[in-house]
Design a protein around this ligand. Structure first.
Ligand code: WTA
Length: 659
């Protein structure tokens, strides 16, 4: 670091709030603070402002139908098509030559799709899907890396009204099979492989293993040839087709976009919850698309001429909402990158930003922490002056990382939006609006216009400023999940039971996050209060990891908790009791790690596997996870007097600290 840097850091370390630069405010999409009042005074009609960003085939007559709470319906009698909104209308509006997707492969090869190109490919793939037998409302699973065929396939599904279910490519074969089984999905779109840190990965092998465990017939799979000569030479079976050959047969085909009711399902996205079974979050067409377009416009400040880059993977909700649907609905250029940020060098992201003159960049705190560790020489060697706005999502960002991002990437001239939201919320919920709010590093900000969120204690009463409580949302919003796929009961249990009052018919959504609020109404998110971990911004259920570990030969019982981790935010700590006759050795440790990788994926890999004779349990037999977390974090241990076996705690502690 130079002396200037040291001086700058010292100055910023003291600063607790930052105002958006005038140059940003002058051009921002939303600059009038009155928007908050306008939305709350005209709620729910205010949401026509979001719906007006879309083109409707037939207009809706009611904004919100709350006759069957909490099964809310938005714009319910309107019809529209999401692919038409993300593609066709931009072509019709004279923007056929504007770039829709800028893609860069890990090796630096690039592909550019104008809106006309995207229109052609989406139509041709829609025709392909129809030929394969896909009908409206059939769930099509995608298990694909970050290649343009993924958004093309998603939009082709949307065009014919077939909901997609995208499974993150880093998930295991088992995870794929579980999701296909749960959704009864008979179609799979996948790829032969992709590149990671220079190596070609065999993705088809995993897809094949997943397919072998699907319980129903799979009508057809489509395989994109990503690797070419680097491929692994797998033979395709009778129901497996090569993407290019199918597309060649449909060159020039056009498929009329089907009119979907606003409440028809657009997609399913599986996410982790408290139990071992992932939850199929159902999002519908009108409300979701209106909400993502609106938040992309008001929070990410996107405009049609922008080049925008969200470095998430489309396999997660962030990629669905803010690589594909939100930006494309607005007619923006969205950038996609296949690989990792440190290949071939640690300046890859800054190289991409410079090369494409990216205007708005959206990433995760875990990435920012890695950039900080690597050092400023990487961003410093690039011209990042095209940037206008920066965003973060996925986990809390600590003030030091925020300030680093602000200074070394934004050069003090870009506001930062720290956006809190979830798979279930569809889009951003708590964040400053970049042209209005003062930013406070570490605090996401106030609830967005039209979002009625509060922080309450266990009795549901508002907590005082500065006190920790639970985040709740008291009114519905258009982007919200509609239910858990084929499981209305679990939908109510998971999200509504805790704080709703059936006597007064008051319905309160509980996202399972802890938070606190300051005197200005800014919310600081403290993290999950359920058994969900946030590892590098990826959401993982402790129960899912535990069941993968217990499935390993030789394991009797396991408890998984999150421990603090400098880069990942949280890391997986697995406490394991072996079965009699099994040695607590390196072989077993490796099988456990492999069990987790096979059951979920490498992202869930335990940081530490700690063998123990017993787990700390209360007299009623409940594992005291709090203690296991404290041990993982090397913290002073809290009360152990309610334990049945307090002596085990010291033993475990000694093992973790290596004493
Ligand atoms: C966490 C990702 C603090 C939170 C969009 C939430 C955050 C979970 C933030 C959802 C943020 C997301 N500050 N925590 N800005 N954004 N989270 O479903 O715990 O993968 O419940 O959606 O991430 O993760 P999910």
């Amino acid at each position: 670091m130079t002396d200037d840097d040291v001086e700058l850091e010292a100055r910023l370390a003291e600063q607790e709030s930052f105002d958006p630069p005038a140059s940003f405010v002058d051009q921002a999409n939303v600059t009038d603070e009155a928007i908050y009042d306008e939305f709350s005074e005209n709620w729910p009609e205010c949401w026509t402002r979001a719906a007006d960003l879309l083109s409707w085939d037939s207009e809706y007559s009611t904004v919100l139908d709350d006759s069957d709470e909490p099964f809310y319906e938005w714009f319910a009698d309107g019809d529209l098509n999401a692919a038409y909104n993300c593609v066709d209308r931009h072509v019709e509006d004279g923007n056929k030559n504007r770039v829709a997707i800028k893609w860069e492969g890990e090796h630096g090869n690039t592909r550019t799709y104008t809106y006309q190109d995207l229109y052609r490919e989406v139509n041709e793939f829609a025709a392909t899907l129809q030929e394969l037998g896909v009908k409206e409302n059939d769930v099509v699973t995608m298990y694909m890396p970050m290649i343009p065929e993924l958004p093309i396939a998603m939009l082709a599904c949307a065009r014919i009204g077939a909901p997609h279910s995208v499974v993150f490519a880093g998930f295991s074969a088992d995870a794929l099979a579980t999701r296909m089984n749960s959704a009864d999905s008979e179609y799979l779109i996948t790829a032969d492989g992709y590149y990671r840190r220079g190596d070609a990965l065999d993705h088809f092998q995993k897809a094949q293993e997943g397919l072998d465990n699907v319980e129903h017939d799979v009508a057809a799979s489509v395989v994109v040839d990503r690797l070419g000569d680097d491929g692994f030479g797998h033979e395709l079976s009778e129901t497996q087709y090569d993407w290019d050959s199918l597309m060649d047969a449909h060159r020039g085909d056009r498929v009329a976009p089907v009119e979907r009711n606003a409440e028809d399902m657009l997609f399913l996205m599986y996410t982790s919850g408290t139990t071992g079974e992932p939850k199929g979050v159902k999002h519908t067409t009108g409300g979701y698309l209106a909400y993502t377009a609106w938040t992309a416009q008001s929070v990410l400040d996107l405009e049609p001429g922008d080049t925008y880059w969200c470095s998430a993977d489309i396999g997660w909700i962030t990629g669905h909402s803010y690589i594909v649907y939100g930006p494309l609905a607005l007619g923006t250029t969205t950038v996609m990158y296949e690989g990792t940020p440190d290949y071939p060098e640690r300046d890859r992201l800054w190289d991409i930003i410079e090369k494409y003159a990216v205007d708005v960049f959206y990433t995760a705190p875990t990435a920012i922490r890695a950039f900080m560790k690597w050092g400023t020489e990487y961003p410093d060697s690039h011209d990042l002056s095209s940037l206008r706005l920066l965003g973060t999502v996925g986990e809390p960002i600590n003030p030091r990382a925020w300030k680093w991002y602000y200074t070394h990437i934004g050069h003090e001239s870009c506001p930062i939006v720290d956006t809190w939201w979830q798979t279930e919320t569809g889009g951003m919920m708590v964040t400053t609006l970049p042209g209005i709010g003062t930013m406070k590093p570490g605090s996401a900000g106030p609830p967005s216009p039209g979002i009625d969120a509060t922080i309450v204690d266990t009795a549901g009463e508002d907590v005082d400023a500065g006190r920790a409580g639970y985040l709740t949302v008291n009114k519905p919003w258009p982007g919200m999940l509609r239910t858990l796929y084929q499981n209305d009961e679990r939908f109510i249990d998971e999200y509504w039971e805790e704080y709703s009052d059936p006597d007064t018919d008051e319905w309160v959504y509980f996202p399972e996050d802890g938070a606190k609020i300051d005197d200005d109404g800014y919310m600081t998110i403290l993290g999950r209060v359920d058994d969900v971990l946030n590892v590098s911004g990826h959401r993982l259920g402790t129960m899912e990891i535990e069941s993968a570990i217990v499935g390993v030969n030789g394991v009797a019982e396991a408890a998984v908790v999150g421990g603090d981790h400098d880069l990942k935010g949280e890391a997986v700590y697995a406490y394991v009791i072996t079965e009699d006759g099994y040695a607590e050795d390196e072989d077993l440790r490796e099988s456990i790690i492999k069990g987790v990788e096979d059951g979920i994926g490498p992202i869930a890999r335990p940081e530490q596997v700690i063998f123990t004779e017993e787990l700390p349990k209360t007299r009623s037999g409940k594992i005291m996870r709090r203690l296991l977390e404290e041990i993982a974090n090397g913290e002073e241990l809290g009360d152990t007097t309610t334990l049945r076996n307090p002596e085990i705690v010291d033993e475990i502690e000694a093992k973790v600290s290596g004493d």
